[in-house]
Design a binder for this molecule. Structure first.
Ligand SMILES: *Cc1c(COP(=O)(O)O)cnc(C)c1O
Length: 387
């Protein structure tokens, strides 16, 4: 919630502006960390969700590792306080340059997604006369009734090792000249998952795969179960922080790591989404034939999620108390960009808006700022950090 005092500050600022509530960020990270610590679990923050330097600094200070998807994310994470040996590096398309960056920094593990990638990492590591720690990304999206490595469906997904390549991956890793060390198995089911039975099913799959490897004499030190915890976009104030205690307790209950095996998580959205709001001014109210448009000075260039996948974000009028509560109106809330998809919400019921007022588009801390663009030669983003 944005206080009246802060609203007075925001009124003086140029908009659109990203507002970050750092106390809420710290409370969220601390809650997640404490809940994970209870079971000895490790969290890597998925930097792709938000790479704002202030946010990275806060998260690294609180002792989380990082999950990166590019060489520049690795370097940025390290520059903002993350330990190289706490970094995992994921992505289906790692370039040679990025692999060299990761190897010279000495990261915890590459999450490897194909046989050819494994071969390239091995070749570069040998050339650099070093070792590469790798985790194999396994796609857990499989029918529980089917045997795990003869399943259709897997081959159509670009993520993860193709099952017919798995034996060749293991042969390469265990060959005499190999510079590879298999340190983990990696899984990631998707994003914005609010049905937690998915995570229970994931645990059972991870157990099966762990057993499959153990039967082949391989006990990997790390079981990395990825991220994807959903947040409540409908109720950012009522449920500001995900119930991390229950989330990690679920993994403690259903996951069966063997002695010496560590459990790692890669959380993005659930750590940063609610600490951010996009603050925008109402530029114009336009009466349409059947509806009213509220035209904002923020658009899809500042927050792409609604235009990209019709994502819901709560929209609030920030000024409170001047109007009777019943004085509401339904708006189509749109941005100024020359695209019809530049719309934050249709049929949004709000207190009657007038030109010049501020609105907040909530839960914009994850996949918001990072996806912004300069399309239409938009102004650089403005920021306001609540300390
Ligand atoms: C994006 C991503 C994450 C983070 O996902 P969230 O839904 O933001 O928690 C974790 N791991 C991998 C491999 C990812 O691609």
């Amino acid at each position: 919630m944005i206080s009246t005092a802060i609203l007075e500050q925001l009124k003086k600022e140029e908009t659109p502006l990203y507002y970050y509530d750092l106390p809420l960020l710290r409370a969220t990270i601390s809650a997640a960390k404490a809940a994970a610590d209870q079971w000895g679990f490790h969290i890597h923050y998925a930097v792709k969700a938000n790479n704002n330097p202030r946010i990275l600094q806060e998260i690294s200070t609180l002792g989380l590792g990082a999950d990166c998807v590019s060489g520049l994310e690795i370097e940025t994470a390290i520059a903002h306080g993350f330990q190289a040996k706490s970094i995992v590096f994921a992505g289906v398309g790692k370039t040679e340059k990025e692999i060299r960056v990761a190897l010279s920094q000495g990261i915890l593990a590459f999450n490897v997604e194909s046989l050819e990638e494994l071969q390239v990492i091995d070749a570069i590591a040998r050339e650099m006369e070093t070792h590469a720690s790798v985790a194999l990304r396994i796609n857990p999206n499989i029918d529980a009734n089917t045997h795990h490595y003869i399943t259709t469906g897997l081959d159509e997904n670009k993520f993860g090792i193709m099952m017919h390549e798995l034996e060749d991956c293991l042969t390469l890793i265990h060959s005499n000249e190999s510079a590879l060390a298999l340190v983990g198995l990696h899984f990631h089911v998707g994003s914005q998952i609010t049905d937690w039975t998915v995570f229970k099913r994931l645990c059972l799959k991870v157990n099966e795969w762990n057993t499959w490897f153990i039967e082949r004499g391989i006990v990997v030190p790390i079981l990395n179960v990825g991220g994807g915890v959903g947040i409540n976009y409908k109720n950012p104030d009522g449920e500001a922080i995900v119930d991390f205690a229950n989330f990690f307790a679920l993994f403690h209950r259903f996951l069966e790591p063997k002695p010496g095996q560590q459990v790692h998580f890669e959380l993005g959205r659930s750590l940063v989404a609610n600490c951010g709001s996009l603050i925008s001014r109402v530029l114009y109210i336009k009466k349409g034939v059947n509806k009213n448009f509220a035209i904002l000075d923020a658009g899809m260039t500042e927050l792409l999620r609604p235009a990209l996948y019709q994502a819901y974000h709560q929209i609030q009028r920030l000024e409170q108390g001047e109007l009777p509560v019943e004085a509401t109106e339904k708006y189509e809330v749109v941005g100024p960009i020359c695209e019809s998809s530049d719309c934050f919400g249709k049929n949004v019921e709000l207190p009657v808006l007038v030109r010049g007022e501020l609105v907040a588009i909530r839960s914009a801390g994850a996949y918001g700022e990072v996806m912004s663009s300069r399309y239409n030669l938009r102004q650089p983003l403005q920021f306001y950090f609540e300390e």
